[in-house]
Design a protein around this ligand. Structure first.
Ligand code: ZN
Ligand code: ZN
Ligand code: FE
Length: 758
């Protein structure tokens, strides 16, 4: 019995070797017909014996390439056509639909073997790739994913490459970025001397001599130097105006990583997977790492080579570990083109490793951490963006603009949320430009024209101002911590209500105060603030974030007024007096329930850090100091009312008593962390008793603290709660846009429904 069928396949099916796979499968089963990339996915028609057709449909679902991800297959019967062969057809474009886009994929083992094989024609070629690996999102200008729509369009394939591209049996069959030394992009090295013969060797020599190299990587430039050369690292740190913020490193291989850090099985798997993120691991204190790589932290952010260029940089090199930092100055976005690099980075880099393939999309390295068996994404960029988050229900098209720090934006389309790569702190016009450029590109790629725009309540965030500047759109303001909790709910497809614990540094509350230690009962449209950290007055606005001692002063004056503070000397007496006066007169003073400021306060009170050179430094150092095996904690109280108030004054008083007794920083820090974890459980139990809710979502930047996260999670579970933590979505403000998008969607849909009944 002969039949013909049409298959519509949706999901991540472009740029992942899907059509070659279909071709091979159809040929093997002796089916005729065709396959093509369409704007809405992949379209297939097959004709042959019905049992072969059935097998085709089954193997399509089970045998597809590893990075393809099928969301849906629709099979319909057709009349016979009578073809005799199977073809890959030219792409078709329908403007109304959209297709999911693959992230960039790390170099595969087959390509790596060829790269290192002197007999291979791509031996040492830094742009080797195949259908299983290579650039995707970063070279894509438009969809469908075909060479003319990528920055490979200016490199016509040579006959040898074309044969591979056209041969269904070849690993490079329809590999869009396919290239070789004869036809593809090429490297150049620019330094002091004349153009060297071998760009890689020149770059290696520069690094070995302690220089700083700017290299054009996948989603932007990186700045590299030898991570064991303290002078080089310090030079890079100073030139980047980086303060103490830790640098990430790239290691030659896993064996090299183990010399600097302690790896679990999960860490090894994450380091070597196709996304190749930066993984935060505990570091070996005795290692030969230059002290300036990550001062004051107990962790190391490390990644393995992710492109052929990185592999070549380490081949036969005298170094095994390089600092690999984003190619930018201070908080500006990562630089992507050669001219920009020379303009912005020439004060930092002593040499440039350049090439002539354009980067179409700026994408930084991703950062993850393995906690309790799960990979938790802290910065979502290369290898992850723009993977969709399936929301499980049809959405309106919404643009969510995110928060101020660690900004990302989010579009919803169909039943997906498309969260952008990490954009950064929207604190300058360069980053705002990055925001605009990403929005424009994502709108084009995903055929989105959102009329509903969600934004934070903070009027000064550039993301809010952007939203307010748009005309002809429906705007929906979303409270910051509500967005945090809903981002976690969306990740787990919860519709609520849940108990949401949102702990972070800053977010504007509905009462005009600065929130950040919040217990919300939340669903997808609204929340009720059931409890929060007791307000403290904080003088100095953003300055207070850079000077943890100011939060400490507020907490000390609140907890132990009129007591001797001679154990604590963060600033001259006159400055301390000035801040007190400002606070009393309410000059530039806010009321805050921020959990970030509580951690700042404790770090300063115990003398660990009075001035911070990057966001979260005090909390990171406080976590690093905590003794691992400590169950004791301090007291706290919960003041009745609506909302309840979590009062940490007893803990602050006990900490000062411990200090006077000469207790160790490690023990105080551990007791403090345990106190916060116990307070979370205590308040969740009260809310459960009152509201009858048993599901708890933990979100907000504070939960990047693994010591706190693990203890709060374990203690909540012991108390019978179902606990939901972030994994694919950052707990920090990088997830805010997702929460905003989901809330705006639900509010809009509810509104439409109500209007219908009116
Ligand atoms: Zn490959
Ligand atoms: Zn070629
Ligand atoms: Fe936040």
């Amino acid at each position: 019995m002969i039949a013909r069928r049409h298959l519509h396949v949706a999901g991540i099916v472009q740029g992942v070797g899907f059509r070659p796979f279909v071709y091979r499968l159809a040929s093997r089963l002796r089916l005729a017909g065709w396959v093509l990339n369409a704007t809405a996915g992949v379209e297939i028609e097959v004709e042959g014996r019905t049992e072969d057709l059935d097998q085709f449909v089954q193997l399509l679902a089970t045998g597809h390439p590893p990075f393809a991800h099928i969301e849906e297959t629709v099979v319909t019967a057709l009349a016979l056509v009578g073809e005799t062969s199977f073809q890959i057809r030219e792409s078709s474009e329908q403007k109304t639909h959209f297709v999911l886009v693959s992230p960039d994929l790390a170099t595969c083992d087959d390509c790596l073997r060829e790269l290192n094989d002197p007999a291979n024609r791509r031996f040492g070629y830094p742009f080797i790739n195949c259908t299983n690996c290579g650039p995707r999102y970063t070279i894509l200008r438009d969809i469908p994913y075909d060479r003319p729509q990528t920055s490979m369009s200016v490199f016509p394939m040579c006959p040898a490459c074309q044969v591979e591209y056209d041969n269904p049996a070849d690993r490079r069959f329809h590999a869009q970025p396919n290239a070789c030394p004869d036809c593809g992009p090429a490297l150049t090295f620019a330094g002091d001397a004349t153009q060297p013969e071998d760009a890689i060797a020149a770059a290696q020599a520069l690094l070995a001599a302690g220089g700083v190299l700017a290299l054009k990587a996948l989603g932007g430039f990186q700045l590299a130097c030898d991570a064991e050369n303290e002078g080089a690292v310090r030079q890079l740190r100073n030139a980047k105006h980086r303060g103490d913020k830790p640098f990430a490193v790239m290691a030659r291989d896993l064996a090299a990583v183990e010399q600097y850090g302690v790896l679990t099985g999960a860490d090894r798997a994450t380091l070597t997977n196709v996304r190749r993120p930066i993984v935060l691991i505990p570091r070996r204190p005795e290692s030969t790492l230059a002290p300036s790589v990550a001062p004051g932290t107990a962790t190391l952010g490390v990644m393995l080579p992710c492109t052929p260029l990185h592999h070549l940089l380490f081949r036969d090199a005298p170094f095994r570990l390089l600092v690999m930092s984003s190619g930018n100055i201070s908080e500006e976005p990562i630089v992507t083109n050669n001219e920009e690099a020379r303009r912005h980075l020439s004060g930092v880099a002593t040499g440039f490793l350049l090439h002539n393939r354009e980067i179409e999309m700026r994408v930084d390295d991703s950062v993850v951490r393995n906690v309790a068996g799960h990979t938790r994404v802290l910065r979502r960029a290369r290898g992850y963006a723009p993977l969709p988050i399936d929301l499980g229900a049809e959405c309106e098209e919404v643009l969510a603009c995110g928060a101020g720090q660690k900004n990302t934006l989010c579009l919803t389309k169909g039943h997906y949320a498309l969260l952008s790569q990490h954009i950064g702190d929207l604190s300058n016009c360069e980053t705002l430009e990055f925001f605009n450029e990403t929005l424009a590109r994502m709108r084009r790629l995903f055929h989105a024209d959102p009329r509903i725009v969600a934004h934070d309540l903070h009027p000064d965030y550039l993301s809010t101002r952007f939203a307010l500047s748009l005309e002809g759109v429906e705007r929906i303001g979303v409270q910051h911590h509500h967005a945090h909790i809903v981002s976690c709910m969306a990740e787990h497809r919860l519709s609520g209500p849940v108990i949401g614990v949102a702990f972070d540094g800053t977010g504007l509350g509905t009462d005009g105060h600065v929130w950040g230690g919040e217990f919300l009962v939340s669903d997808l449209t609204a929340f009720e603030r059931r409890a929060h950290l007791r307000y403290i007055p904080l003088a100095g606005g953003d300055q207070a974030i850079r000077e943890p001692w100011r939060a400490a002063l507020s907490y000390l004056d609140d907890a132990i007024p009129q007591q001797d503070l001679s154990f604590w000397n963060p600033a001259p007496q006159s400055t301390v007096a000035l801040i007190r006066t400002m606070r009393q007169r309410r000059i530039n003073t806010v009321q805050t329930s921020s959990c970030g400021r509580l951690f700042d306060a404790v770090a300063s009170i115990i003398g660990l850090r009075h001035h911070a050179s990057y966001e979260g430094q005090a909390a990171i150092e406080l976590e690093a100091a905590a003794a691992p095996d400590m169950e004791e904690r301090y007291a706290f109280t919960v003041q009745p009312g609506s909302p309840l108030q979590l009062d940490m004054r007893p803990a602050i008083a006990a900490i000062t008593a411990d200090l006077r007794r000469g207790e160790s920083t490690a023990n105080i820090s551990a007791r403090f962390h345990n106190t916060v974890a116990a307070a979370i459980v205590d308040i969740c139990v009260r809310i459960r008793a009152d509201a009858g809710l048993n599901r708890v979502c933990l979100s907000g930047g504070t939960f990047q603290n693994v010591y706190l996260l693990s203890r709060a999670d374990a203690a909540l579970r012991r108390s019978g709660f179902a606990v939901f933590l972030h994994a694919r979505i950052p707990p920090n403000d990088g997830g805010i846009a997702l929460g905003q998008a989901v809330i705006a969607n639900r509010i809009w849909q509810t509104r439409q429904r109500n209007e219908r009944y009116m």
